[in-house]
Design a protein around this ligand. Structure first.
Ligand code: GDP
Ligand code: IMO
Ligand code: MG
Length: 427
């Protein structure tokens, strides 16, 4: 498999960072193609824990090359902080990282407008964004008012920035918010560009040549399909295409060069931020999932909402992303539960439906139709083959495969590389 797209198949935080880290062993390139530092991808190596936001998770492996593609929105100051932090821990990021000159830049006014936008929404309409300026930066990209990494290296950058800041300050002042200082932003950006400038290039020929040579490439999705701007629970979504198609538009590697899609799927469901979540548990079982699964945001520290596995949502991921196999994560978190529920369909206004509705008001009215399964109440940690798992755990996995029509190729039973069972093409 030369080119593999890895996507989140739920509302993000499925364990993409861990699976990327496992798959990177065989890859030469790891490419981020959408999202920004709203992502928080956790990788545990030995006793050390890393949370990566903008830097592709492959950076923790020597000899791998990492790319931040054109589809990413990038906050230069925060990227330099991340690079410095990793470098101080012994990972020479600068040697391994290439940044697309087409990637759009997130400025402080985007973050401020993100916060203002949230504060000004009507009660109940807040999105619960990560406040990293993601929506306003993608908004400027679509409105053709954004600045890209190439602009930051252009002698005209100070003039370009000044006109953006003037316009954004008018917007901020109209909202009664503090304004920003162009000179301050210019200085901070230019300082960050001392580190980033040498890493910026046209990543299109770089990736084209690597694909032509048949080198193994991994596209590291951020967020998840249910947060995708087109296929997610709009408007409670992020502002990029987290679906597999985003890997193409966000990197310049065309669809007919992509070989495989791996969907990362948690054995239950979590969501951080607002928006409908049909299988959400508001009871002690939800609390228990949060506690055992340590479900607190890797970027914002917010508690994640937890609920049962949702096969309707998983099938939505299959249809929109062309998932070839699942990487099923956090099965170990279910070890202690006496019974497990799997949502097989929704009931909407008295009708049974099997698809994921576009209208969030309808989705909020959907009641999950559950199928109850006995838990295994035994530890799955340390299992090396699927056959080593308790029979009830094997049945649970087989049922997820059956309901989604997609096999589990990777099974994750803990946060570390060793806690992984590889099957099929990976074995
Ligand atoms: P990502 O955004 O998809 O990369 O996921 P996050 O890093 O935000 O959240 C996943 C969390 O689950 C991290 O703390 C991981 O270390 C942890 N994790 C990943 N896979 C497993 C697993 O199979 N079992 C357990 N118990 N934890 C896992
Ligand atoms: P990873 O890559 C989980 C959520 C936010 C909010 C919505 C919009 O770690 O899986 P944004 O700041 O993007 O405008 O917020 O999307 N969100 C995530 N939730 N994991 C993520 O990334 C997320 N990135 C954004 O909580 O509900
Ligand atoms: Mg995360």
């Amino acid at each position: 498999m030369a080119t593999t797209i890895l996507i989140g198949a739920q509302w993000g935080d499925e364990g993409k960072g861990k699976i990327i880290d496992v798959l990177t062993e065989r890859a030469t390139w790891v490419v981020r193609a959408q999202g920004g530092n709203n992502a928080g991808h956790t990788v545990e190596v030995g006793d050390e824990k890393f949370v990566l936001h903008l830097v592709p998770s492959g950076v923790l492996h020597a000899g791998k090359r990492c790319v931040i593609g054109n589809g990413v929105v990038l906050d230069p100051v925060s990227l330099v902080e991340e690079i410095d932090g990793l470098t101080a821990r012994g990972f020479p990021v600068a040697e391994r990282l290439h940044i697309s000159d087409r990637a759009h830049v997130v400025f402080p006014y985007h973050r401020m407008l993100d916060a203002q936008g949230e504060a000004r929404r009507a009660k109940g309409e807040q999105i619960g964004t990560t406040q990293r300026g993601i929506g306003p930066a993608y908004g400027d990209k679509a409105a053709r008012f954004g600045l890209r990494m190439a602009d930051l290296l252009d002698p005209e950058f100070p003039t370009l920035l000044t006109s953006r800041v003037a316009e954004k300050n008018r917007a901020l002042a109209a909202l009664g918010a503090p304004t920003v200082d162009a000179a301050e932003i210019l200085a901070a950006t230019q300082k960050a560009m001392k580190t980033l400038g040498p890493l910026v290039c046209d990543t299109v020929p770089l990736l084209y040549d690597a694909v032509a040579r048949g080198e193994e490439m991994l596209f590291e999705g951020a967020q998840g399909i249910l947060l995708d701007i087109d296929f997610g629970t709009y408007p409670y979504v992020t502002s990029s295409n987290a679906a597999s198609g985003g890997a193409c538009t966000g990197s310049g590697v065309p669809p007919n060069r992509m070989d495989r899609v791996v969907g990362v799927l948690k054995a239950y469901v979590t969501r951080v931020g607002e928006g409908p979540f049909p299988t959400e548990l508001h009871d002690a079982t939800g609390e228990e999932l949060r506690r055992v699964g340590n479900e607190f945001g890797a970027t914002t520290g917010r508690p994640r909402r937890c609920g049962w596995f949702d096969a309707v949502a998983a099938r939505h991921a299959v249809m929109t992303c062309g998932v070839d196999e699942w990487a099923l994560t956090k099965l170990d978190v279910l070890d202690g539960f006496a019974t497990l529920n799997i949502c097989t369909a929704y009931e909407l206004d008295g009708r049974r439906i099997a698809h994921f509705p576009a209208n969030v008001r309808e989705l909020a009215r959907c009641k999950p139709v559950y199928e109850e399964h006995p838990g295994w109440q035994a530890s799955t940690r340390g299992a090396k083959r699927l056959e080593d798992l308790p029979p009830a755990a094997q049945t649970y996995i087989a049922r997820l495969e059956e309901l989604t029509g997609v096999p589990v190729g990777i099974l994750s039973l803990g946060p570390r590389r060793a806690d992984t069972i590889l099957r099929g093409v990976h074995a």
